[in-house]
Design a binder for this molecule. Structure first.
Ligand SMILES: Cc1cc2nc3c(=O)[nH]c(=O)nc-3n(C[C@H](O)[C@H](O)[C@H](O)COP(=O)(O)OP(=O)(O)OC[C@H]3O[C@@H](n4cnc5c(N)ncnc54)[C@H](O)[C@@H]3O)c2cc1C
Length: 476
């Protein structure tokens, strides 16, 4: 069963403890810092009832993103579902429900990975996937750790006690993108842990209304936005990032997926297809976002009257080349699919290409933003303070006269440039650049990983073959 947007919103009204700007938020669906974005997430749920999107998003009564792909065709079908969702937020909603849906499907494809030496979480991992699928739930995740606190205090979430029926955890995890809009959070650790670090080595899924669990939200760009006209993206697609703080939170055993086992806690990301499934969703969204930004660039150059200048057409050509690169990574990861667990766990997108996508996207995004800002020029900032200027009886006619260009009335042009500034230059835009560069992990981590996932041996052998083909005495 898929949920409606209304059912999803009702689920968020569960008494969860969210803090924003010195205030405890009573209801994320009504608070000015969150309500429009909550409505955007609800809109994603409603897409499943749209007769055009239903066959793309839903299969056998459940959302396709939760399904374990069994073939190349399944991967393609899942990507089409990801695309539909990504387009609804123009690529600016990164943590849509399909993200963790695909991750959970990765767990379900290889549950044996959860069977560690001291704890067997295989059934719990399968139950987690079942619960998300059957409830059509939205699950965020926090895998990062805060730096040590004052005097080196360990602030990272850890187990502090075992009780009848479960464990008690205390500490913080970062960065909970979309967590305030989720039904559950999956808490784990993706970076390698020392073999003797048992307290931090755990993975569990927790409901947002669990006593003692708090989310401390960053600034809400939605709340700061003036109107949809002035801030069309940040007013509606501010997915939020929050720190998860748990003060003696009880987690029942059935929600614990790994426990006091550093090797298994890391393995669930790398030895199941969970992480590669994440990349499949995010690479599809990235491609969509670049399409959107490139579309903006084309419209801006037309509105500025620069579209036929050779350097401008070449710059647009470079952007279109970036879109094609982003698309190529998705298609190539699908085409290089690999079997999971000898085919028993279906298939996953190819690892080498998926890992490389993280390098490409992190480097391409800031370049694309910079190129489009240059194309837009000063027009991007030389804008009336708000749409109210256009509506003012005295000022409106002046603004309409001085801010329009041939074929581009002031209202259309201001609207376009305000959208562009929100996407490329606002605080919301700055957060997006940080997101695209880091949400996959820090460069020193994924670049090192590529040395193992990449074709290092093939590259080396080819160079060596050339060297082996001649010597001091070789004449041709
Ligand atoms: C907008 C945004 C949203 C995010 N959403 C999520 C989310 O929903 N869930 C989640 O789990 N995580 C999320 N992340 C976290 C993300 O995965 C981490 O930011 C990333 O893994 C880097 O970890 P860190 O922030 O702890 O950086 P740090 O480890 O503190 O590193 C910061 C920088 O220091 C340098 N550095 C640190 N250590 C080394 C080293 N050993 N060698 C070389 N250089 C080093 C690098 O320049 C690195 O970029 C998000 C991040 C951002 C920015």
């Amino acid at each position: 069963m898929t949920r409606s947007g209304q059912e999803y919103l009702e689920g968020l009204r569960d008494g969860r403890e969210i803090w924003l700007d010195g205030e405890r938020v009573k209801d994320v669906t009504a608070h000015p810092g969150f309500r429009s974005t909550a409505a955007s997430f609800a809109g994603l749920y409603d897409l499943a009832d749209d007769p055009v999107h239903h066959p793309v998003l839903v299969q056998g009564g459940v959302r396709r993103a939760y399904a374990v792909p069994r073939s190349y065709e399944d991967l393609v079908a899942r990507r089409r579902a990801f695309r539909t969702t990504a387009r609804a937020g123009f690529g600016f909603l990164g943590r849509t429900p399909d993200y963790m849906a695909a991750g959970a499907a990765g767990f379900a494809a290889a549950p044996a990975v959860f069977t560690g030496g001291t704890f067997d979480g295989a059934e719990h991992a399968l139950a987690f996937h079942r619960r998300l699928t059957e409830g059509d739930l939205h699950c965020a995740f926090t895998l990062g750790n805060p730096p040590p606190g004052h005097g080196g205090e360990d602030l990272t979430l850890r187990v502090v006690a075992e009780r009848d029926g479960g464990i008690v955890v205390r500490g913080a995890k970062t960065v909970g993108t979309g967590a305030v809009f989720a039904d559950e959070i999956l808490v784990g650790t993706i970076e390698p842990l020392p073999a003797d670090d048992l307290a931090h080595a755990l993975t569990f899924a927790v409901r947002l209304d669990t006593p003692g669990l708090r989310l401390i939200s960053r600034t809400s760009y939605e709340e700061r936005s003036r109107s949809v006209f002035d801030h069309p993206l940040s007013s509606r697609y501010d997915e939020n990032d929050a720190m998860l703080v748990c003060e003696d939170v009880f987690i029942p055993w059935e929600r614990v997926l790994t426990y006091r086992d550093p090797a298994t806690t890391g393995a669930v990301w790398w030895q199941t297809p969970a992480y590669l499934n994440f990349v499949h969703q995010s690479a599809t969204r990235f491609w969509t976002k670049l399409e959107f930004l490139t579309g903006l660039a084309i419209l801006i150059t037309r509105s500025n009257g620069t579209e036929s200048l050779p350097p401008v057409t070449q710059a647009v050509g470079r952007l279109l080349g970036m879109v094609a690169q982003a698309k190529a990574f998705v298609l190539a990861a699908e085409a290089s699919y690999e079997e999971v667990d000898g085919g028993r766990g279906g298939v996953r997108p190819g690892q080498e290409i998926s890992f490389a996508q993280r390098i490409m996207a992190g480097e391409l995004y800031p370049r694309a933003v910079q190129d489009i800002r240059l194309l837009a020029g000063g027009a991007l900032v030389q804008l009336p303070a708000s749409g109210r200027d256009l509506l003012h009886p005295e000022l409106g006619p002046l603004v309409r006269r001085y801010f329009g260009t041939t074929g581009h009335p002031a209202e259309d042009r201001v609207k376009l440039l305000k959208l562009a500034w929100d996407a490329l230059g606002s605080e919301f835009a700055g957060r997006h650049e940080q997101y695209e560069r880091l949400y996959h992990g820090a460069p020193h981590v994924y670049l090192t990983m590529q040395t193992r996932a990449g074709a290092a041996d093939d590259c080396e052998h080819l160079a060596q073959a050339c060297l082996d083909g001649y010597g001091l005495g070789t004449t041709r």
